[in-house]
Design a protein around this ligand. Structure first.
Ligand code: ZN
Ligand code: MN
Length: 139
């Protein structure tokens, strides 16, 4: 396991305590936090941090491909440090974003490449619906 400082260095980023703190939060979260969510969590232990710093840091993470910015739910972007291939499922009721890892991915990419002669570099697949929790409240 490489540590966070090494991960940042590998991407050519200067290692600062704030960058380490922000990346650590993202890497350990699976709920696709917004910049505000990250800020609220950080400010408890880092009272001097600003929301602008969080935004700037997330921006530099996105630029080097450390984190993905998702524009799928509302005016606030969500951030995802899980860089392995996965599908997103978005609940139209509670707006939560869930991950789903499917082995069907590769087959579909291969099929598209073959049929269309298209070189796929990245993709973003999103399904919209109602999550299990919301469904059980509806019933
Ligand atoms: Zn829901
Ligand atoms: Mn995700």
């Amino acid at each position: 396991m490489t540590n966070t400082a090494d991960v940042l260095k590998e991407k050519g980023l200067k290692v600062t305590p704030q960058r380490i703190a922000i990346y650590t939060i993202l890497k350990n979260s699976y709920n696709h936090p917004t910049a505000e969510d990250i800020y609220k969590e950080l400010v408890v232990s880092n009272p001097t941090i600003s929301l602008a710093t969080v935004y700037k840091t997330l921006d530099s993470f996105c630029k080097v491909g450390l984190v993905k910015e998702l524009h799928i739910v509302n005016e606030h972007s969500n951030y995802d440090a899980q860089m392995d291939d996965h599908i997103h499922m978005i609940c139209l009721n509670c707006n939560k974003i869930f991950d789903y890892k499917s082995s069907g991915f590769e087959g579909l990419s291969d099929e598209i490449s073959k049929e269309c002669g298209f070189d796929i570099k990245s993709h973003h697949i999103t399904f919209y619906g109602v999550c299990k929790d919301c469904k059980s409240h509806e019933e």
